[in-house]
Design a protein around this ligand. Sequence first.
Ligand SMILES: N[C@@H]1[C@@H](O)[C@H](O)[C@@H](COP(=O)(O)O)O[C@@H]1O
Length: 260
Amino acid sequence: MEVVIVPDATAGGELIAEAIASLVRRKPDALLGVATGSTPLPIYEALAGKVRAGAVDASRARICQLDEYVGLPAGHPESYRSVVLREVVEPLGLDESSFIGPDGSAEDVQAACEAYDRALSEAGGVDLQLLGIGTDGHIGFNEPCSSLASRTRIKTLTRQTRADNARFFDSPDEVPHHVITQGIGTILEARHLVLLATGEGKAEAVAQSVEGPVAALVPASALQLHRHATVVVDEAAASKLKLADYFRATYAAKPAWQGL
Ligand SMILES: N[C@@H]1[C@@H](O)[C@H](O)[C@@H](COP(=O)(O)O)O[C@@H]1O
């Protein structure tokens, strides 16, 4: 696992957007797994900026979703499908047909989950999966104690996660209790995992994920099992890392051609 400490969220967004651009230059039809929440927005802004400036042609890129609320009416502005369309697919100038995600309004949720895992493999697997991290260490919507081998499935949100996500809804009661999320086992199949965490509120979860034991209690610690995982953190989110100086020195000495 590589840990990169950046000055702030904008620098993190730029660094990761450049890594995505570089992937798309090598593999124009790359499948990019995107995350929702506030943290990845600087990545999407920086990437859309590169596309507008002609620095990368992302017209053949494909996008896939990490997770989704269950039971929101189709087209609800806070369904993750709507969010990804708004924040990623449209700004990159892509067509909706290049975007796959689980069907959160399906009657048979279990079948929708299995269908999504199949769709990901049929698409050739995820080339680069972006991740944020919950204050409790969750990735996607894999809450603490999620199986490290889990596949896409329905989960129940913790009280903390519903409270954290209430800001996107008119009232806290509107946050769904249930979600579909790529499982941790599913996420680990992506070829490159890139987690961005910013702000002091994520410092404890980051420290436990990076420097603690691999444990289902801290789902993001599963990144330690992946052969190509990159954790990008701003100074505030890095503030509880014991090895921060080591991470800084290693990244500073990294050959530029290696990228992330
Ligand atoms: N399902 C999403 C996660 O994918 C995201 O990482 C997390 C953190 O969001 P934020 O970046 O807004 O803190 O929120 C939600 O729970």
